[in-house]
Ligand binder design. Structure first.
Ligand code: PMP
Length: 361
């Protein structure tokens, strides 16, 4: 079956092979007589699914053994509260704002700690990387969003806080580019990611936290969101999002068959390169992000006249190119080209963009 190419920013397209496997296993998982959705999370069948998912995830991302891997719920926005509840100790925390998602994290953290804006790219409309960071000497952590899904701004390298004079752990919201590039764990204290872009269905949140950072939650932190409680119970303190974990596990196995994160990174460079090169040379479409921090996953672009947007989107839909409308706060278009988007999908998009520009240019 041929499906349209889906450029949604999230929940986003999943690999077809994964969806087909899930469909085949829907009524009877591996001869158990049950759907994964119907299994006890403490039964041996689901425990084997969970354990395999964690093993594969650790292998794919080369997660060091002194990090806990937690399967949680609540998404990125819940983590905006859960992280300060666990790590801030009610003290100072530094935020670097590079787009809407880090701005939201900063705002939420102020409810739990003394959040300080260390750097921001707001003045340039969230299109560049702020170069001067004013880090607090005694911050409990420094928060960055390593890929801004709405503005299309991505850190090409994780900041080296030590080199910037800070001993604080780095917290990264990597929701929208996890598993598309390696993570340098030597620079990270905690990473979180909602699953619904590169990992699987919405409802699952991945948290990777260095062991020494757990066990310091504020008294008001809900038990189900205390990383220590979650870690001690192997993410089974409350009922985890079992089906989403199963789907994520299928995606991890698919990723391994595709050459792992290194394979995904090479493909992403090719796909994003094709799209940005076309936009930049088209003389018609525009992407406003500084070339040094353009996202490989989320590519916002503008037509010369907003009055053409509806016609562009309708033509795209007719050609099986779905969900290209830009976020309402930015406007224009946005092509999200996560791991599950094949090169052929980006080629089809560029082909259509070329055709549209020739017709209207
Ligand atoms: N952070 C980033 C980078 C995101 O892209 C999103 C969702 N698009 C969120 C946080 C919020 O995630 P959720 O809606 O799952 O809370």
């Amino acid at each position: 079956m041929t499906r349209p190419y889906n450029f949604s920013a999230g929940p986003a397209a999943l690999p077809q092979e994964v969806l087909e496997q899930a469909a085949a296993e829907m009524l009877d998982w591996h001869g158990s007589g049950m759907s994964v959705m119907e299994m006890s999370h403490r039964g041996r069948e689901f425990m084997s699914i969970r354990d395999q998912a964690e093993t594969d995830l650790r292998e794919l991302l080369a997660v060091p053994s002194h990090f806990h891997v937690l399967f949680m719920q609540g998404g990125g926005l819940a983590e905006n509260a859960i992280v300060p509840l666990n790590l801030s100790r009610g003290g100072n925390v530094d935020f670097v704002v590079t787009g809407s998602w880090s701005a939201k994290s900063f705002k939420e953290a102020r409810r739990y700690c003394n959040a300080h804006l260390a750097a921001s790219n707001e003045a340039d409309g969230h299109t560049g990387m702020p170069d001067r960071w004013q880090l607090n000497g005694n911050a409990a952590y420094v928060h960055v969003c390593t890929n801004e899904t709405i503005h299309g701004v991505e850190f090409q390298e994780l900041p080296d806080l030590k080199a910037l004079g800070s001993d604080a752990p780095l917290v990264i919201d990597c929701s929208s580019h996890i598993a598309s590039r390696p993570i340098d764990w030597s620079r990270v204290g905690l990473a979180f990611a909602g699953a619904q872009k590169n990992i699987g269905p919405a409802g699952l949140t991945l948290v990777f936290v260095r062991e020494d950072l757990v066990g310091h939650a504020l008294g008001v932190c809900p038990s189900a969101f205390d990383y220590k409680t979650v870690a001690e119970n192997h993410s089974m303190y409350n009922t985890p999002p079992t089906y989403a974990i199963y789907m994520a596990g299928l995606v991890f196995q698919w990723l391994k068959r595709q050459g792992g994160v290194a394979g995904m990174e090479a493909r992403s460079i090719e796909k994003a390169g094709l799209l940005y090169d076309y936009i930049d040379t088209s003389g018609y479409y525009v992407n406003k992000v500084d070339k040094r921090c353009r996202s490989r996953m989320n590519v916002p672009f503008f037509l010369p006249d907003d009055a053409l947007n509806d016609s562009f989107l309708a033509g795209a839909r007719d050609r099986g190119l779905l969900q290209l409308k830009g976020h309402k706060s930015v406007g224009g278009m946005r092509a999200s080209i996560y791991n599950a988007m094949p090169l052929a999908g980006v080629q089809a998009l560029v082909g259509y963009m070329r055709e549209f520009a020739a017709r209207h240019g």
